[in-house]
Structure formats: structure tokens, C-alpha cells
Design a protein around this ligand. Structure first.
Ligand code: ADP
Length: 659
């Protein structure tokens, strides 16, 4: 019997129609034992036949096995009884289609009479009665529940995999840390956008290249190759799944600090390695800045401690120094013979020098707004040279001065410019210590196109080209911690620039470093030549108030040399009480006195004698606190100040403003 044989199929249908119509299909009957029955029983398909009311007339062995019923328990019972309501609905739909002359099929999940879900495929064939009416149908059923379940499970797994894949791709794409994947040969297979951005590669010029050429600095490539080879041959790795810090190279050759972990992924055919990296540049930079802040704080603390210590020392030293300077000046003027004059000169020079050293140290320690006064750069250079002389000598460094005697004056904060000179000389001294003698530092000054030029050069090693661009940066130093702070040159630069000048470095004739500072010359300064000795101007009546009797007396003697009349007073009270204020044309008063201090005295004196406004000179030996206190008190006005110890020239300069 062949399915292609139309006759036979129609015979089959007739046969089934007959069995639907009569009792031939009764269990154990003719059909069952006939060839068709045996054929149906041998089929894995379930074959059932039912009449037009849905009452079973036949079920083959496969169907009975599925129903777990005997044939007599099926035949004569309805689809509803055996297969449940769900199948009734579907069978009804099929019957309608059969009536329309179709041969319907369906496949779907159904719920059987026991409430279990089954996936069935069914095809229906009609059985007609003698008049062509629908007598019943035969249904071929395949239960592919297991297959369908496997298929659905597979689909669910694939869907889940797809979701996971999408998520993983998104994670890798949006990761802010670079991720790179390499194969066993170390060839880059893939990299994420963060890796491209961090290392400066496009996918097209990175994928397919050895990772060692891409991001491993040349110095580490051999170690990397050895490590890869060892792992491939022995399976031993020192780096897998470890957190490591190292340097990596970017496409432009620059190096960045990174942290990384390398993991292995085993694929069916091969192994690949993923590297998760983190660019530590910003973290390191933040750490460096914190370190700098700490140093800065430490430095500031040191400076302020040193400042207050020096303020105290200076205060104590300046009064006796003032007496020494003044008395030796007077002695020089009144000496009876040349030998006595020479001695006086020596005492004066020594006291003067001691005074300048104290002032220079104070200038280094104090932090205050800049002043502007007419200054002679050569004087500042000499004072600095004296201050540093001992240190230079003890390191076997000779200091040569080549100063232009016709140098114009500058408008400057003398302490700050002195600090610039000192920093440059100290740097030269530091650089020279590493060299074999002879060790020289030369300071020269010259007039140059409306500027004065200061050059500090040494015969040391010079500044290496690689760091020339950075030496003026704050906190850049090549010296060990505790020796260098890296602020010296940056302070020099800011001081010089705030004076309208410039500072530059080049290599000197002797091969060492040469720093050149240009400062604008003061235009009016030359109009005030310094007189050489006392002169006789029209005398003023000058009130001198100082609790240090000898300081007051020394000043008084100097003022008398200039032909002025002195009203001495030891205390403010005494000066106020005795009517001296009304008489005075000019007042010199000490800043720090018991009772009323110099500034309060000034206010009271001006109140009593308004002519004295701007004519009260404050004397201070406290170079740290003094100027600040005076400035705060001054408000808008300008209070003349004379620092102790003072020389005859200092006194003359002050007097020049009032006579
Ligand atoms: P510091 O002296 O504390 O290091 P500076 O800002 O004064 O700070 O100097 C910065 C760096 O410039 C020094 O560390 C040194 O490397 C270099 N430098 C400065 N002066 C000289 C010089 N005369 N010779 C060679 N190098 C110098």
C-alpha cells in the first residue's frame, strides 16, 4: 500500500468510513485483526477515529498507550471524556473545517484531561457517509511535548545569553577603565573605548598588533615576553589574577602609571587573556599635590617659627647696634687724630655690617606686602655678599663682585631684592659643592637701556637642558628632601616680575649656570645725590623720644652735627608734659616704649600740634612686627620710618624730606 496511490487512499477512507459507520471496529473485531489494524498499531503516530458527535470509534495502540486505557474503555466514549474540554474545543473547530472540505492541521500546547500540558500536532481526515455527509473523522496525532520543551528551554537559554551578551557589551563599552583582550601570542584581539582614549589608539591601528608594542614600555618588553613564554610552556604565571602596579606606554610614547589585573578565559579552541587596567595618573597627581601641601605647610610653619625667633633677637640686637653705629660715627667725625679716626671707622664698619646682617636675615624671614623705595642695587648686593660670606668661605667658594659704580638706582623693596640676590648665590653655592675646586660665583651689575642688570654666574655643572623649562616652577627641585624646597627660584621670579623686571637662565662663560635679572631703573633717583658729610642747614627744633637713653643720645648727637637743636625725652609722658611738642618742628620717636607707644604718641602729638602731621618719624628695631604695625596704623597717610641701627646717611636721608 502506497500513500501516493489515490485509489488506495480512497479505499482507506472508505474502510475507515465503514468502520465509523458500523461495528466492524469493535475491539477485537475484523478491523483490529486485519492488515489495516495491524498497520495502525505498528505506527508511532496516534491514530484515532471518531463519529460526527465526537465519539471515539477507533484508537490505535499508540493512542491507547497515551490515554493509558484499553480500547474498550475508549471506543464509544467522547473526546470530552477522554481528552478533556481543551481538546473538545479544538476538535469542534477541526470538524467545521472538515465540513468546509478542508483537511485541517494544527499544532499547539493543550491541556489534557489530567490537566497536564502537552504539545500536539494533529492532522484530520474526513469520513463521509454514503450520501456524502460527514460521518466522522480520523485524527493523526503526534505528541512532541519533550521536543518542544527542549526547544523552548534552548530558546530561553539563547535569549538569556543574548541579554547577558548585551549587558556585557554595554559594561565593557561604558567602563571608565581600559579593558584589553589578547590571545596566547599576546596579539590584541579587542579593546574598549576607555582603552582607546587612555592609550591614544583607534581600534583599526591597535587590533592585530602585539600588546608589547602597544602599551608595554621598551624596558619591560623582554620580561613580558619571557613571562608569556613561561606561561604557555609551563602553565605557571606570576601575574595572572594579581593586582599589579606598573608603568604603561601611550601611543605618543609618554608613560603613565597604571594598575592592572590579567585574567584568563578558556574558550573551546584556545585561551585568551583580558587585562583590566586603571590609569593612576590623576591619583598620583593628587597624591603629589597633597605631599606638596604638606611640605608647604611645614615650610610655612618653619618660616613663621624662625620669623618670631628672629624678631625677638633683632629687637634685642638693634638697640645696642644703633648705639654702636651712632657713637662710632660721631667718633669718626670728632676724632682728634688719624689713628683714632681709623679705629672709629673700623668699629663703625663692623657695627654697620652686623646691623645689615640682622636686617638681611629679617628680610628673609618676614612676610609682608612689598614696599617701594629708592635703592641702590650695588648696596643690596654688598649686603647680601656679607651675609653669605661665611657660608661661601666655608665651602671654599670665592665670590667675585663686579659692580658698576655708575649704576642708576631702582625703585624696589630692598629686602625682597636682597632675597633674590641671596637665593641666586645660595643656589650657586649648592651647585658648586658637588664640584672640585676652584669654585667661583660672580655677581655683576650693569646699566642697560633704562634698566639695571644683575648677573649671578658660577662655574658649577649648570642646569641640565631637560629641566631648564621647569626650574622656575614652584616646588620644582632636584635636591633631596630637607635640602631643597623648590621655592627659591619661583619666589625670585615673582619678586622680580612684581618689580616690572625679568629673570632668565643661560649658560655662563665658565660653563655653569648664569642667571640674569633685569630691573627698571628709577627715573628720578639720580636727582638725589648723597652728600658726603654734615652740612649746616637752617636748624630745626627736633624732639627725640626713646626710652633707651644711649640710642636717643646718639641720635641727638647726629642731628646736632647737622645743625639742629634737640629736645630730648626718655618717655612719651615726659615729652607730652613738658610742652616740647608745641615747640618741635620734627619728632623722632621710638615705636616700642613702655606706657604710650610711638604710634599713640604720634597721634597725641599731632593733636596738640597739627604742624607735626607727617613730621613724626617712627624709629623701629623690630623689623618683623614694626613695619606691619606702622602700616596698619597709617591708614591712608604715610608715616616716615627709620630702622635701627641707623647710620649718619640714614639720618641725612630722613632729614632731607623735612628741611
Ligand atoms: P631648590 O634650591 O630648593 O631646589 P630652587 O627653586 O631655588 O629650589 O631651584 C630649583 C632647581 O634649579 C634646583 O633644585 C636645581 O636643580 C636648579 N638650580 C638652581 N640654581 C642652579 C645653579 N646655579 N646650578 C645648577 N642648578 C641650579
Amino acid at each position: 500500500m502506497s500513500a501516493a496511490d489515490g485509489e488506495t487512499v480512497s479505499d482507506l477512507q472508505d474502510g475507515i468510513a465503514a468502520m465509523v459507520r458500523d461495528e466492524a471496529v469493535a475491539p477485537g473485531g475484523r478491523f483490529d485483526t486485519g492488515i489495516l489494524g495491524r498497520l495502525f498499531d505498528a505506527m508511532p503516530l496516534r491514530v484515532t477515529a471518531a463519529d460526527a458527535e465526537g465519539r471515539f470509534v477507533y484508537a490505535n495502540r499508540a493512542a491507547l498507550a497515551m490515554f493509558e486505557l484499553k480500547r474498550e474503555e475508549v471506543v464509544g466514549h467522547t473526546v470530552r471524556d477522554i481528552l478533556g474540554a481543551d481538546m473538545v474545543a479544538r476538535t469542534a473547530a477541526m470538524l467545521l473545517a472538515l465540513q468546509r472540505g478542508e483537511t485541517p492541521q494544527w499544532s499547539d500546547w493543550v491541556t489534557d484531561a489530567n490537566g497536564a500540558r502537552r504539545y500536539l500536532e494533529q492532522a484530520y481526515a474526513p469520513c463521509f457517509d454514503g450520501q456524502g455527509g460527514l460521518a466522522g473523522f480520523i485524527a493523526l496525532t503526534r505528541d512532541i511535548t519533550a521536543l518542544k520543551e527542549r526547544e523552548e528551554a534552548l530558546e530561553a537559554r539563547i535569549a538569556a545569553l543574548n541579554v547577558a551578551e548585551t549587558i556585557n557589551t554595554a559594561i565593557i563599552k561604558t567602563s571608565i577603565d581600559p579593558i584589553m583582550v589578547v590571545d596566547e601570542e599576546g596579539i590584541l584581539i579587542d579593546l574598549n573605548p576607555a582603552a582607546m582614549a587612555t592609550f591614544g589608539y583607534a581600534r583599526s591601528n591597535a587590533v592585530g598588533r602585539p600588546i608589547s608594542d602597544l602599551i608595554i614600555p621598551p624596558a619591560m618588553r623582554r620580561a613580558h615576553a619571557n613571562g608569556m613564554a613561561r606561561y604557555t610552556s609551563t602553565g605557571i604565571s606570576r601575574v595572572l589574577d594579581q593586582r599589579m602596579s606598573m608603568e604603561a606606554q601611550r601611543a605618543d610614547g609618554s608613560l603613565i602609571p597604571i594598575e592592572l589585573t590579567i585574567s584568563e578565559i578558556s574558550l573551546p579552541q584556545r585561551r585568551v587573556f583580558t587585562a583590566h587596567l586603571r590609569d593612576l595618573s590623576q591619583i598620583r597627581e593628587a597624591e603629589r599635590q597633597m605631599e606638596q601641601q604638606r611640605d608647604r605647610l611645614h615650610q610655612a610653619e618653619k618660616l613663621s617659627a624662625m620669623g618670631s625667633l628672629l624678631a625677638g633677637v633683632a629687637h634685642e640686637l638693634n638697640n645696642p647696634l644703633a648705639i654702636l653705629v651712632a657713637q662710632s660715627t660721631l667718633l669718626m667725625e670728632t676724632a682728634v687724630d688719624a689713628a683714632q679716626k681709623r679705629r672709629a671707622e673700623r668699629i663703625h664698619a663692623a657695627a654697620d655690617r652686623a646691623g645689615r646682617i640682622v636686617k638681611s636675615f629679617l628680610a628673609m624671614a618676614r612676610q609682608r606686602p612689598e614696599k617701594r623705595e629708592t635703592a641702590q642695587l650695588n648696596d643690596l648686593v654688598r649686603a647680601t655678599a656679607e651675609m653669605l660670606a661665611y657660608g661661601l668661605r666655608s665651602h671654599d667658594v670665592t665670590l667675585g663682585l663686579d659692580l658698576d659704580p655708575h649704576l642708576p638706582t631702582i625703585l624696589a623693596d630692598q629686602d625682597f631684592i636682597g632675597q633674590v640676590v641671596a637665593n641666586l648665590v645660595i643656589n650657586a653655592q649648592h651647585a658648586l659643592i658637588e664640584m672640585e675646586p676652584p669654585r667661583h660665583v660672580t655677581i655683576s651689575t650693569r646699566r642697560k637701556n633704562g634698566h639695571v642688570r644683575l648677573v649671578v654666574s658660577d662655574n658649577g655643572p649648570g642646569v641640565p637642558d631637560a629641566i631648564v623649562g621647569r626650574i622656575f616652577d614652584p616646588y620644582f627641585t632636584t635636591k633631596p628632601a630637607g635640602v631643597g624646597t623648590g621655592i627659591g627660584l619661583s619666589i625670585c621670579k615673582s619678586i622680580v616680575e612684581s618689580h616690572g623686571g625679568s629673570i632668565a637662565l643661560d649658560r655662563g662663560e665658565e660653563g655653569g649656570a648664569r642667571f640674569t635679572v633685569l630691573l627698571p631703573a628709577a627715573v628720578l633717583a639720580e636727582a638725589a645725590p648723597e652728600a658726603e658729610g654734615p652740612d649746616d642747614r637752617n636748624g630745626l627744633t627736633i624732639l627725640v623720644v626713646d626710652d633707651e637713653v644711649d640710642v636717643g643720645a646718639s641720635l641727638a648727637e647726629m642731628l646736632e652735627l647737622f645743625g639742629h637743636r634737640i629736645l630730648p625725652a626718655q618717655t612719651a609722658r615726659e615729652a607730652l608734659d613738658e610742652g616740647a611738642i608745641a615747640e618741635a618742628d620734627l619728632v623722632f620717636v621710638d615705636l616700642r616704649m613702655p606706657g604710650i607707644d610711638g604710634l599713640k604718641f604720634r597721634d597725641q602729638a599731632i593733636a596738640l600740634n597739627p604742624r607735626l602731621a607727617d613730621r613724626v618719624v617712627i624709629m623701629t628695631g623690630d623689623a618683623v612686627e614694626g613695619p606691619g604695625a606702622i602700616e596698619r596704623h597709617a591708614g591712608d597717610g604715610n608715616i616716615p620710618v627709620m630702622e635701627k641701627p641707623f647710620t649718619l646717611n640714614d639720618v641725612r636721608r630722613i632729614l632731607a624730606a623735612f628741611t
